[in-house]
Design a protein around this ligand. Structure first.
Ligand code: B12
Ligand code: SF4
Length: 516
């Protein structure tokens, strides 16, 4: 049987990284079946085009995964495929949280022939074999323990994802029109991929707005260090062979949740020389450990995603995230910056204690810290979260099924001290001023003593991050952005060229010393 795994785009931006679930399920598919992957973020297709593709390729089963945010688009694609007589199975967090919706048992249209609830590692092969025999069941669910809780798949052993041979072309982050110029500049910048790797699953913290504790559970499961290191080595080999750049996103919700384990993992990565540039999510409370931050640096860590959420401790208490202290943020960022590691700092507006002006108050602090890449969103009640239940009970949900009418930055409940429109304006203002040419120049000035390659990396990362929320998909948009930031680009290029020339003139021995 030929299977397509499909991830819809989110209708607003392009994801910078492929979704791990597709590669994972592909690796877990019984060998007699063939699996094709399409990520709508990388390869835009209309519903009709996808149906046409499936007909031409004789696809018999389509697996669609979606977060809440893109589930309405996922349903549209699923409907078109089912109308054409192609079987559809859906899985992922949203379907797990709202199973009746996908199966049309809530009064709406049915979108899927079958759904896979929760983690599908142990159910996928069974589902595929049932489908091949024409005996697809409606619901696939992990086995449960005596208390009725899902038995979570162990990550030991972990499936082999053949990164060394997978076709990643659709995911290169370098815009097509820049590829040939950049490839001439050396260091493999003609191609750049960010690859998702998980080293563990689960988070015990239970923040009120988050679906992770409910979905993956509060006990954490880890892969062996050896299996992670082996995966990194294969990726490193591929980057070398293809003369491209590969970075890794460790997608664990909190890579350092077990300090002893993460230190041993990072030490093993260093010992095996398996370093690739990496990004990971780590909460601020765990970044106080100097040895950990040293190991992050030595093992290739470049950017750390920190869910800071709010600079107001009252808001942090409201969402059960008291363990993260806004008063610590500045010191954490300084500790990272000393090792030339920068932070992606995430903030949420529209919390119950927020008032108009929250963006400027937050930016005033953010801009006084070591520069990072701030990202902003509005508080969103995702289904099956404690936040959703609290707001529902209080009758505060204005759009209880907000995912069926996705609207960027529009809250689905009324915040206590501001309006929904005001919250949206705050988010947009925060994005616009954080990535303005003026702010980009200020950020570079603040790190003027860092090595040139870090500053170039910082500016390039700013361009890509701006693109997360401001459409920046075509050549015109990129040229406009480069023109707006021409001063910063010109001055970095000038300095880069003279550093390169000076390095070339240096006697060989000294050059080697300088690069060690
Ligand atoms: C990496 C990541 C991202 C990446 C992008 C996704 C990517 N390219 O990988 C980035 C950083 C860009 C991102 C952004 C956002 N994310 Co995010 N992200 C994650 C994260 C940390 C890991 C995802 C992952 O790969 N998990 C590991 C895989 C193995 O798990 P999985 O995807 O759930 O897949 C398993 C099952 O669900 C199932 N399955 C999944 N799909 C399918 C499909 C089929 C057919 C079948 C059978 C089974 C199946 O099988 C898999 C194996 O068991 C998750 C949290 C988490 N731990 O999952 C949040 C998470 C998915 N993100 C979330 C959110 C809210 C967002 C944002 C909206 C945040 C924001 N406010 O901006 C944005 C929106 C993204 C967008 N572009 O629109 C929520 C989604 C909640 C929900 N109900 O939808 C999560 C769960 C985190 C949370 N705090 O609750 N995210
Ligand atoms: S927001 Fe982060 S720390 Fe809080 S429960 Fe979710 S994954 Fe855990």
């Amino acid at each position: 049987m030929k299977i397509l795994l499909y991830n819809p785009d989110n209708g607003v931006t392009r994801n910078f990284m492929p979704h791990l679930w597709m590669f994972l399920l592909q690796s877990l598919t019984p060998k007699e079946h063939e699996v094709v992957l399409i990520d709508g973020n990388a390869k835009a297709m209309s519903e009709a085009e996808l149906v046409e593709f499936c007909r031409k390729e004789n696809i018999e089963l389509v697996g669609i995964g979606a977060m809440t945010r893109m589930v309405a688009r996922a349903y549209k694609f699923a409907d078109a495929l089912r109308d054409a007589g192609i079987k559809v199975v859906m899985g992922g967090p949203h379907v797990t949280e709202c199973p009746d919706e996908a199966l049309g048992k809530d009064g709406g249209r049915r979108h899927a022939d079958a759904i896979a609830l929760g983690e599908a590692d142990d159910t996928w092969a069974l589902l595929v074999n049932d489908a091949a025999r024409g005996e697809l069941k409606e619901i696939y669910q992990p086995q449960t323990d005596a208390k009725g809780n899902d038995l979570k798949p162990s990550l030991q052993p972990y499936p082999h994802i053949p990164w060394e041979t997978l076709d990643l072309e659709q995911f290169s982050l370098v815009p097509k029109f820049m590829r040939s110029t950049l490839s001439k500049m050396g260091a493999g910048w003609g191609k750049f991929f960010v690859v998702p790797i998980e080293t563990g699953r689960g988070c015990p913290y239970g923040c009120e707005f988050c679906t992770v504790t409910g979905f993956f559970g509060d006990s954490i499961r880890f892969r062996t260090n050896q299996s992670v290191v082996e995966e990194l080595l294969r990726l490193k080999e591929r980057a070398k062979k293809e003369r491209g750049q590969i970075a890794v996103f460790f997608i664990d919700d909190n890579l350092a949740i077990n300090i002893k384990r993460v230190k041993s993992l990072l030490k093993d990565i260093i010992a095996a020389k398996a370093q690739l540039p990496w990004v990971a999510q780590i909460s601020a409370n765990l970044l106080k450990d100097e040895e950990l931050v040293d190991l992050i640096h030595e093992s290739g860590g470049k950017w750390i995603f920190i869910g800071m959420e709010s600079i107001d401790p009252a808001n942090m208490a409201d969402v059960n995230k008291n363990f993260s202290k806004p008063g610590d943020y500045q010191a954490v960022l300084e500790r990272l910056a000393k090792r030339n590691i920068y932070a992606i700092t995430s903030f949420i507006f529209g919390m119950d204690n927020d008032t108009v002006g929250v963006a400027d108050r937050t930016l005033e602090q953010v801009n006084s810290w070591q520069p990072g890449l701030p990202v902003f969103g509005q508080l969103t009640p995702f289904p099956a979260t404690p936040l959703y239940t609290r707001l529902e009970k209080a009758g505060r949900l204005t759009r209880p099924k907000h995912w069926l009418e996705f609207a960027q930055f529009v809250m689905a409940h009324k915040p206590l001290k501001m309006t929904i429109d005001e919250a949206r304006a705050e988010v947009i203002h925060a994005w616009a001023s954080s990535y303005s040419p003026k702010r980009n120049a200020e950020a570079l000035e603040a790190i003027k003593d860092a090595p040139i390659e870090y500053r170039i990396g910082h500016l390039v990362a700013r361009f890509f991050f701006r693109g997360i929320y401001f459409p920046q998909m075509n050549k015109r948009a990129w040229i406009k952005l480069l023109m707006q930031n021409r001063r910063a680009i010109f001055s970095l290029t000038k300095e880069g060229v003279s550093t390169w020339r000076a390095a070339k003139k240096r006697p060989k021995g000294r050059l080697a010393d300088a690069t060690q």
